[in-house]
Design a protein. Structure first.
Length: 169
């Protein structure tokens, strides 16, 4: 009868140490990759939050300019300030430290960051425009004319359309 050998192959101490060193190096590389991935995710989240703040500021600025009864600035004040009048109250848009600030009495809020300048462009034939220069783009907001001015313009158009005859003595 044949004898069957039942033996287990064991690794030597040197082979075990080499395997542990290789596993340690792989573990350190994996941990460094996870740290880099966490930093990248945090950076992307910061960019997303800042972009959302900018878009909310642009939306709020457009809403303020659209609902204003009248707007002053440009020649009356210095270029980096625009006065908004709405329902008998005055608000100011001011550029300070590359940010557009909204002030209304004691209230102050930052609407946009990274702003180079702001000015009110007044046109005779077209709607006035508020231009805000950012680091990437120039934002242009068209401003509606005050109701009194629109009313007078409409009356002038109606009167010019009718031919009045002067009475001759």
């Amino acid at each position: 009868m044949r004898r069957v050998k039942h033996g287990l192959r064991a690794s030597t101490l040197v082979e075990t140490l080499v395997m542990m060193i290789v596993a340690g190096i792989v573990f350190l590389a994996a941990m460094e990759a996870l740290t880099l991935l966490g930093r990248l995710a945090a950076r992307h989240m910061t960019v997303i939050v800042e972009t959302r703040r900018q878009s909310e500021g642009i939306h709020l600025l457009g809403q303020l300019l659209a609902t204003a009864d009248s707007i002053g600035g440009g020649q009356d004040t210095h270029d980096d300030m625009i006065l908004l009048y709405h329902a008998g109250r005055q608000r100011e848009l001011v550029v300070r430290d590359s940010s557009v600030l909204l002030t209304a009495g004691a209230f102050c809020d930052t609407l946009l960051r990274g702003v180079g300048g702001m000015r009110l462009m007044q046109y005779a034939a077209e709607a006035d425009t508020v231009e805000i220069g950012t680091c990437r783009h120039t934002l242009k907001f068209h401003v509606r004319r005050p109701a009194r001015e629109l009313y007078q313009t409409d009356i002038m158009k109606i009167e010019n359309g009718y031919g009045y005859e002067e009475e001759r003595p």
